[in-house]
Ligand binder design. Structure first.
Ligand SMILES: NC(=O)c1ccc[n+]([C@@H]2O[C@H](COP(=O)([O-])OP(=O)(O)OC[C@H]3O[C@@H](n4cnc5c(N)ncnc54)[C@H](O)[C@@H]3O)[C@@H](O)[C@H]2O)c1
Ligand SMILES: O=C(O)C[C@H](O)C(=O)O
Length: 312
């Protein structure tokens, strides 16, 4: 099996590192537009193989799409990250062109692949990839909800002084500072509602911190995060290539589900060898439904830019 990661920057390289450590494929191609970057990072990672005990062959290439031929899964991380003070949506002008051309090049050599989109603004880039690729909707997925759910568990675990591994907590909606919806009323600590242990004020703070989790790290680091995004993407790849059927929050094209059409948003899906295999319906209360609709409207507004600029 071959997996390709496009973009050998912070997120792409971290994702590739996780894929190799988990031994998810025999071959792993790392592709970047910047001469030497992916070649160098691939060799650096290969020099950890003897220490970490994996036998995945990682190869770095500069814009050589022929090397990606017959990839089962392709991860797209190419594009600009935001700087402190920016929103993800401000990246659309640059990243739409990059994501569209990468998608077209990938499909020339892997017409049946499954694509995971990481580049921001993810909800709009995932929609663009689906439209530009013409792939079946179950083969195009956005990474953001897995990350946001993991961040949600982090903030919950800090407040509850518990292990994040014992928490069940999900973020749906958009992958934007104002569009994501951490479902705190549904979150549990080993089946006990977390709301039993947290004041209303604590709950609101956890939700707010989760929503701006990416912006908080961008302010601290000076560019956006990569460890959790890389690990989150690798978890999605793992569920696909091992056909684990994990229930993960992923960006998918909605065709009536959750009352929405013609938009990509984050919802819980079963992830297996065919991509997303089933969208699972959350019993949202009226307020959550209304918030989901607002997120959908905001993301649809961003997607309109793609049409106005004749990108799709
Ligand atoms: N969805 C998420 O949860 C999530 C999380 C973190 C980052 N991101 C996004 O992922 C993207 C990458 O972030 P990063 O921190 O790795 O940035 P980075 O700058 O470290 O890496 C981006 C890489 O893309 C490469 N690139 C640019 N144009 C390309 C092209 N046409 N073909 C191939 N490679 C190309 C660059 O040379 C660079 O190496 C950003 O858009 C960022 O906002 C999304
Ligand atoms: O915050 C960002 O811009 C990057 C990514 O979407 C994240 O949530 O870490």
């Amino acid at each position: 099996m071959k997996i390709t990661v496009v973009g050998a920057g912070a997120v792409g390289a971290t994702c590739a590192d996780n894929i190799a450590r988990k031994k998810l494929s025999e071959e792993l191609i790392l592709l970047d537009i910047k001469e030497g970057l992916s070649e160098g990072k691939a060799i650096d990672m290969m020099q950890t193989a003897a220490l970490l005990g994996f036998d995945t062959r990682i190869k770095g290439v500069t814009n050589d799409y022929a090397a990606t031929a017959d990839s089962s899964v392709v991860v797209i991380t190419s594009g600009l990250p935001r700087k402190p003070g920016m929103t993800r949506e401000e990246l659309i002008g640059t990243n739409a062109g990059i994501v569209k051309s990468v998608t077209e090049n990938i499909l020339k050599y892997s017409p049946c692949t499954i694509i995971i989109v990481v580049s921001n603004p993810m909800d709009t880039m995932n929609y663009l990839t689906l439209k530009a690729s013409g792939l079946p909707k179950n083969k195009v997925l956005g990474m953001g909800g897995v990350l946001d759910s993991s961040r949600f568990k982090y903030y919950l675990s800090q407040e509850l002084a518990c292990s994040p591994a014992d928490l069940n907590a999900v973020v749906i909606g958009g992958h934007g500072d104002t569009t994501m919806i951490p479902l705190i009323k549904h979150a549990t600590w080993n089946s006990i509602p977390v709301t039993n242990f947290l004041s209303e004020e604590q709950q609101q703070k956890i939700v707010a911190d989760t929503m701006v989790g990416g912006a908080t790290l961008t302010k601290l680091i000076g560019t956006s995060a990569w460890y959790a995004p890389g690990a989150g993407t690798a978890a999605m790849v793992e569920s696909i290539v091992r056909d684990e059927k994990r229930l993960l929050s992923c960006g998918v094209y909605l065709d009536g589900e959750y009352g929405q059409n013609d938009v990509s948003l984050v919802v819980p899906v079963v992830l297996g060898k065919n991509g997303w295999e089933k969208i699972v319906n959350f019993e949202l209360n009226e307020q959550e439904k209304e918030t989901f609709k607002k997120s959908a409207d905001a993301v649809r507004g961003m997607n309109q830019v793609l049409k106005d600029e004749k990108i799709i």
